[in-house]
Design a protein around this ligand. Sequence first.
Ligand SMILES: O=C[C@H](O)[C@H](O)[C@H](O)COP(=O)(O)O
Length: 242
Amino acid sequence: MKTTGGTDDQKRRAGESAAEAVTDGAVVGLGTGSTAAFAIRAIGRMVDSGLDVRGVPTSFASRELAREQSIPLVDLEEVVGGDEPGIDLAIDGADQVVIDEGGAEEDVGAMIKGGGAAHAREKVVDAAADRLLVVADPSKEATTLDSAVPVEVLPDARATVAREIRAAGGEPTLRRAQRKDGPVVTDNGNLVLDCSFGAIDDPASLARTIATVPGVLEHGLFVGLADEVHVGTDDGVRVIES
Ligand SMILES: O=C[C@H](O)[C@H](O)[C@H](O)COP(=O)(O)O
């Protein structure tokens, strides 16, 4: 289900552009995926140069990469709640994002995430951040979302969730591991159903519908969360506000 159409240069430009928004003293949500990884590496270089930041990783993979880059890490519990500073900014990738001005204006910035099965923790961190900057290459752009929506489900609820997804007009497919005989298991120990709905005309409504199904831990529709989308191109970066 993962879109891999962009080049590394495009992804790097997007990641580095978003990383420029990180300021001294900030708490930063560190997204998952090949594009967010460029932002994490850029933040690592800024830390090397003396920038004081604390990162909140969104997955096992982003934690590992941040450690490699010597970015100081904190748990959500340490920065959210009470007098804690919260998360100033999150930088995260997308598998598909609405940025075409021809689409419905309120849907600009709506996206599908979870190609790497990290969308549950990503949504927690991204939603907690004061600002969410999305990093993408042009292959992720859409007028209308139509990729399959990753849905993380409790293993025991796989069949019941699949039935409800069909009732909502979707076609669920259990995500299988590529280098192991069996399903993908998320960082949280759950399974992923990739659910095709065709063109999603009302992402907010579908997001609500899927979220109410018992056994769904989280789904990959992110609506109303993005503040900016940084699209890396062959010769620069386009920043779309949403
Ligand atoms: O689960 C993975 C995440 O949602 C990623 O942010 C998303 O799949 C985009 O990844 P990439 O930048 O590698 O295309």
